[in-house]
Design a protein around this ligand. Sequence first.
Ligand SMILES: Nc1ncnc2c1ncn2[C@@H]1O[C@H](COP(=O)(O)OP(=O)(O)O)[C@@H](O)[C@H]1O
Ligand SMILES: [Mg+2]
Length: 288
Amino acid sequence: MKSARVNGESNDLEFRIKLPDGSIKWMLSKSDIFFDGENIPSRMIGVNIDITDRKNLEHQKDVFIGIASHELRTPVTSLKLFSNIIINQARLEQKEQVLKSAQIIKSQTDRLMRLVDDLLDVSKIQAGKLELNYQLFDVPEFVDSIISETKHFTQSHKIVYKPGDLEKITGDKERIGQVIMNLISNAIKYSPRADCIIIKTKQKGEWAIIEVQDFGIGIPKEEQGKIFDRFFRTTDAKDKNISGFGLGLFISSEIVRRHGGELKVKSTQGKGSTFYFSIPLKQGHSDE
Ligand SMILES: Nc1ncnc2c1ncn2[C@@H]1O[C@H](COP(=O)(O)OP(=O)(O)O)[C@@H](O)[C@H]1O
Ligand SMILES: [Mg+2]
């Protein structure tokens, strides 16, 4: 209400009410403020909408995603294990056709595993159960180790690392690694015609800044605000048939936010994108 008065914009508010019989209803209140000739708010017109059904459905969807991803993990893990066994056996017996088929099963299983893990993370985030384990670690050393891991899945791009003055930070090393890996794999995936990706780490006051730059398809201005939403993918990414589920940036921005920092993007369509995030050098005060 206060912000609507200041900005003169329409105001949406979701809240819960308890009815006399004890049941809970979710309401959406939409209102518009009208100003008189001297720009003083004079009237407010609005509606209250019962959105309980929509809220319940959303909750059921979150529960379903949680259960389904949890249940899928066990069969996918055994698929992965057994496809590895078949690959080794086929190599030993020099059975080319079996080897090829098993390698396809393995790479598709890896893809499925990534989706299941992402869905599990999403359901943890929705339930407020994403836990962080803080430790002090050396950033340049860690970034180097991530870059050497990427060599397994890209021959097309050269990853150039420019370490600045940033040394150690305190954070969840594994989760921050997941963010960096997500940004690098996006940078590779969304720059099919380029051959270089630049990573920079630096210190700015009390903050560590980590950035990943590519020279790829870029993101149009009007879509830049949406790419951190769950399941959102740009029209360009879909038109160009680049595979993905639209979860990596949602998870990454949540990981960074939970550290007390922010994940942002600067991008020009057709020229490339720079994703960068901040993490406070010292933790302890910002985690909820
Ligand atoms: N480096 C990038 N260059 C261009 N577009 C990007 C880049 N990174 C992300 N995007 C856009 O943001 C969307 C969401 O990214 P993400 O959550 O990682 O999902 P996914 O990669 O699975 O599609 C992508 O589908 C793509 O449209
Ligand atoms: Mg991605």
